[in-house]
Ligand binder design. Structure first.
Ligand SMILES: [Zn+2]
Length: 453
């Protein structure tokens, strides 16, 4: 059995899912007989670039009434990949000057049966620079019987000289609904049933690429009975959604111990920490969508808390790529829980400092008074609105220093004078701190603010 995406490859533009912004102008050009000589189709993989290129090739010589009809001998031959006037070249493996030279020779031959010869160059950005140069001569003055279609996932790697000689169409990622719609159509054609949730899950896993979704679906057609979400999760080793939703809800309610227990149970059942955290991210994302009034299951936490949790989980994903064990999973959950709690805490009204409350456990001590003033021990170092804030540094006698070039250069233990013995007027002015440090502190804090934003 051929792959699903080949069996169900569209035979007409109407069958292409999405990409209306590409289909409409192309159909118009076909109907008016005003096709360009060279097209560039760019976009992520599996969204219909090559399919559309083939439809163009079908339309060029279609004998039906509304080209491409998909049923006439010309359309059928193109569809089978057996038409002598339609040449598909994988530029990734045919990217040398010799290949292009051979191509140029073929270009100058007249078409055998169709009105025009169509050359489809897949992965066109893989052509070497010299190959592009060799091709450019042909593109500058193409023979009237030739139509080029370049398909690429990386249009920015195409030389500007090629870009300026092609009509560029950008294909977009397909939405989950569009992919689910196409999967539904395939299932109807093969007489199978499926839960909408199962199809949406497949669509989500495919990340906008229809071809990937169709490959995934093909695996499930071997199973008996209707396709359910649980079946998809089980077959792909994905943690059950209900359990993930429970963990996320526990974290959002501040019940970290409960979340840890659930996560440990799933870990014991054999789910990889990375797929658990990835699934949790998905649940939080939906929670955020719901908080913004979009489709999704709400979570008991404000949007900024959900964003903080997602950021923590996203950072954990990087660590989990290196080390995937129970401990790393627990650390990820603890950090997500902490981020949620920090953001969900009510902010005191009229507080002048954005640093009040939310980040009591920040690893870096902060200076809330701006760059010039130093906090002093026991004198209410913070603003008056900070009645019971956490200490700013490990010791009150000397504010903790941040690491960094400036501090280590000017405040290394060897040369650093004690607070009391520090010579005043060392450089200029009466400030106890040399100017460069103040400047550095200012820029450092503004840098962090930018990073936070
Ligand atoms: Zn036809």
């Amino acid at each position: 059995m051929s792959a699903l995406y080949r069996r169900f490859r569209p035979l007409t533009f109407e069958e292409v899912v999405g990409q209306e912004h590409v289909k409409e102008p192309l159909l118009k050009a076909i109907r008016e007989g005003r096709l360009a000589q060279a097209y560039l189709f760019s976009g992520p993989r599996g969204v219909g670039k090559t399919t559309t290129a083939r439809l163009l090739a079908m339309a060029v010589g279609c004998q039906g009434e509304d080209p491409p009809c998909g049923v006439c001998p010309h359309c059928q031959a193109v569809q089978r990949g057996a038409h002598p006037d339609v040449v598909e070249i994988d530029a990734a493996s045919n990217n040398s000057v010799e290949d292009v030279r051979e191509l140029r020779e073929r270009i100058h031959l007249a078409p055998l049966s169709a009105p025009r010869k169509v050359f489809i160059l897949d992965e066109a950005h893989m052509l070497s620079k010299s190959a592009f140069n060799a091709l450019l001569k042909t593109l500058e003055e193409p023979p009237p019987h030739v139509l080029f279609v370049f398909a690429t996932t990386e249009p920015e790697r195409m030389p500007p000289t090629i870009l300026s000689r092609t009509q560029h169409f950008r294909f977009r990622r397909l939405t989950e609904e569009e992919i689910a719609f196409k999967l539904r159509r395939i299932l109807e054609a093969v007489g199978r049933e499926a839960e909408e949730e199962a199809l949406l899950l497949l669509a989500r896993l495919a990340d906008g690429a229809l071809r990937d979704a169709e490959s995934l679906l093909e695996r499930f057609l071997l199973l008996e009975g209707p396709l359910t979400r649980k079946e998809v999760e089980r077959a792909l080793g994905l943690p059950p959604r209900e359990a993930l939703a429970e963990i996320a809800a526990s974290l959002a309610r501040g019940k970290t111990a409960e979340a840890l227990g659930l996560a440990r149970r799933l870990y014991g059942e054999g789910y990889a920490p990375r797929s658990l955290v990835s699934g949790l991210l998905e649940v939080f994302r939906e929670g955020l969508y719901a908080a913004f009034g979009l489709a999704g299951t709400p979570l008991p936490a404000p949007p900024q808390a959900l964003i903080a949790a997602m950021t923590a989980l996203d950072e954990a994903m990087e660590r989990l790529a290196r080390r995937s064990d129970a401990l790393s999973l627990e650390v990820a959950l603890l950090e997500a829980g902490r981020a949620l709690a920090a953001e969900a805490l009510p902010q005191p009204t009229g507080a002048p400092s954005p640093e009040v409350g939310p980040k009591p456990e920040s690893p870096r001590p902060r200076n809330p008074q701006g760059p010039r003033r130093r906090p002093t021990c026991g004198s209410g170092g913070g603003p008056s609105s900070r009645p019971s804030g956490p200490p700013y540094g490990p010791s009150c006698g000397r504010p903790a220093r941040r690491s960094g070039k400036a501090s280590s250069a000017s405040l290394s233990p060897r040369t650093r004078p004690s607070t009391t013995a520090r010579p005043w007027n060392r450089r200029r002015g009466s400030s106890p701190w040399p100017r460069p440090i103040s400047g550095w502190r200012r820029s450092s804090s503004s840098w962090r603010e930018k990073k936070k934003a």
